[in-house]
Design a protein around this ligand. Sequence first.
Ligand code: 8NA
Ligand code: MG
Ligand code: MG
Length: 353
Amino acid sequence: EASVLKSKFRGCLLGALIGDCTGAPFEGDTITHGDKLVIQRYYDKLEDPTFTAPYKSYTDDTAMMKSVAKFLTDKPEPDYRFLARLFVTEFFKEPKRGYGQNIVEVFHKLRNSKFEDVYKPAKEQFMGAGSYGNGGAMRIAPVALYFHDNYKTMLEVATNATKLTHTNILGVNGALLQSVAIQLAVKCDPEAKIDPERFCAELYRRMRKIERVEEDLDDIEEEDDGTRKAYQNKLRVVENLLQKKHDDDLDEEVILNLGNGISAYESVPTAIYCFLKALNEIPSIQTENVFRRTVQYAVSLGGDTDTIACMAGAIAGAYLGEDGINTALAKQCEYYRDVLEIADNLYVAKEGP
Ligand code: 8NA
Ligand code: MG
Ligand code: MG
């Protein structure tokens, strides 16, 4: 139904924003048992409509997502040079939004080369290896929404949009996995319960196809099975962790085996795990709300909290829709109204008024 889909567009982008804004204060932290109690109270306050505080600022995750949405709504066909310009303009307008350390070089090179070959600067990163940071995945939500009914095009546009900054296969496939997860979540009925293991198995099936295509590329050595099947292997770990009983030690295991870092490989599967785990109660987190549980759990793992919560929040919001998100919590975030407008514009550009 149309109104459900519209609500899912809003829920997804709002979910990403809330994860980014509320996760950002903890970015880079190691979280102790005591910190988890602090984080519980932090979200209790943010959900309290009478609580007033300066809004939580968004970071690079949302800044770049904004450009991806504009790239889809402002032109009838994907124009990647236009997207590169949007990224660069946004960066130089507000460079202090917590961008990754190396992506900044790409922005400078793009600008200095007058956007001549928009894919060249990213290819040169890390002595030609390309970035495997999670910057491609963290901003991809609008692509997954816009092409929710056209899987092949979604993968193609997500790949090209990512390669403007991240050409390493792990960076690209991380963005693809995040898009696939959002697209699957859009398809799920918000009234019906998701079976976490089935959802994970479906992701695995799709990543097997995606990673198989990459086998043909010459830049990956045949014997490098770890890279060729990176995300398939991670999804097996997700499946395994979902079956374990929850306690503080399990969080350690999650961090150790899935990761909480700035590489796509150590954060996209983690975000998916956070979403799937939070579909059921988590003893250390007191809330009835699945969306909040997802984001709070993601933040409680520490590390790249804004980005992991952003990605997990986008998936949860795409499943639940706007109604699944506490309005008071949303209103604590900078840019909250603008993000709703962006979601509506994206919806209209795609589905018509
Ligand atoms: P990026 O392309 O600069 O990648 C991020 C980092 O990943 C790089 O600075 C490197 O340290 C590392 N990296 C990526 N590819 C390689 C490679 N091939 N070889 C060696 N090292 C590599 O930027 P991005 O857009 O991917 O970064 C996104 C993340 O950085 C987000 O979390 C974002 O919020 C930001 N950020 C994170 C932190 C944090 O402490 N977690 C702090 C500030 C900013
Ligand atoms: Mg950030
Ligand atoms: Mg981050």
